[in-house]
Design a protein around this ligand. Structure first.
Ligand code: IPE
Ligand code: IPE
Ligand code: MG
Length: 249
């Protein structure tokens, strides 16, 4: 029997997959449990996705773990999420190292609790030279915050003479984003049947292919990732050109 994985064309893999991991609360509610139980079970889906990406040879995976807007959730849920973040980093560091995974974090890091920042920095440093897969975790991340912050720092550099106003173009602007040096995602996945972006990577996904899965995040498994990749590989990415033009290139 051919497995789903065998239908993936290894020569047409997306280099970067970004995921909006959504549906933990609903998953827990379906089981009559507290939302936090859903977040705890979401960790399995994170592990499966990262492992599958590494095995396939995907080079970058960005996971939306906590948004700027999520700070407005009940304090009890925020505290539990931060606690879960710490325990997951602690339990998974060894695996990241063993599997040659480099950890990066994007977002308004200063707004995170100091113990988390310290722990993250330790793991970022420990995995700095790993090359198989770069795992980018978006924490306290919001695209509008990111873009406004980039504009502010560009203005500062123009004022101080470090940057010429006329030199500002898309490439320079990108260098002021938190995703500097990270290629744009070719594939963006959102789970839980919601069809929105929720302020995620607005600049970077200008030409990403979107894949919406009805699966609630805690149920997301390697096969779900394979399905998304197979769907992605069936699409024609035209970047404004015509289909005929692409065939001639
Ligand atoms: C995603 O699941 C996890 C975070 C946003 C931290 P949710 O907590 O948003 O779950 P739903 O959308 O309420 O089901
Ligand atoms: C987006 O999910 C943020 C993360 C997955 C971390 P939300 O559940 O917060 O998004 P909305 O509020 O439904 O748009
Ligand atoms: Mg949600």
């Amino acid at each position: 029997m051919t497995e789903l994985k065998d239908n993936i064309n290894k020569s047409k893999l997306p280099c970067h997959i970004a995921i909006i991991m959504d549906g933990n609360g609903r998953w827990a509610r379906e089981r009559g449990s507290h939302r936090i139980f859903g977040h705890q079970n979401g960790v399995t889906a994170v592990k499966e996705s990262v492992e599958a990406a590494g095995e396939l040879g995907v080079k970058y995976m960005t996971l939306f773990a906590f948004s700027k807007e999520n700070w407005f959730r009940p304090q009890e849920e925020i505290d539990a999420l931060m606690q879960l973040m710490i325990s997951t980093i602690n339990s998974e560091t060894e695996t990241l190292i063993k599997n040659n995974v480099r950890l990066l974090v994007i977002g308004d890091i200063q707004s995170l609790p100091v113990n988390i920042v310290k722990k993250l920095n330790e793991v970022i440093e420990l995995t700095r030279e790993n090359i198989r897969l770069t795992l980018v975790v978006a924490l306290s991340y919001g695209a509008r915050w990111e873009i406004a912050d980039a504009a502010k720092r560009i203005a500062e550099d123009v004022n101080s003479g470090k940057l010429e106003k006329d030199a500002i173009d898309e490439k320079i602007f990108s260098e002021y984003l938190v995703t500097k040096n990270i290629p744009d995602p070719e594939l963006l996945i959102r789970t839980s049947g919601e069809f929105r972006l929720s302020n995620f990577l607005l600049w970077q996904i200008a030409y990403s292919e979107m894949y919406f899965s009805p699966t609630l995040w805690p149920d997301f498994r390697k096969e779900d990732l394979y399905k998304a990749i197979i769907d992605f590989q069936k699409r024609e990415r035209r970047f404004g050109k015509t289909s005929d033009q692409l065939k001639c290139e």
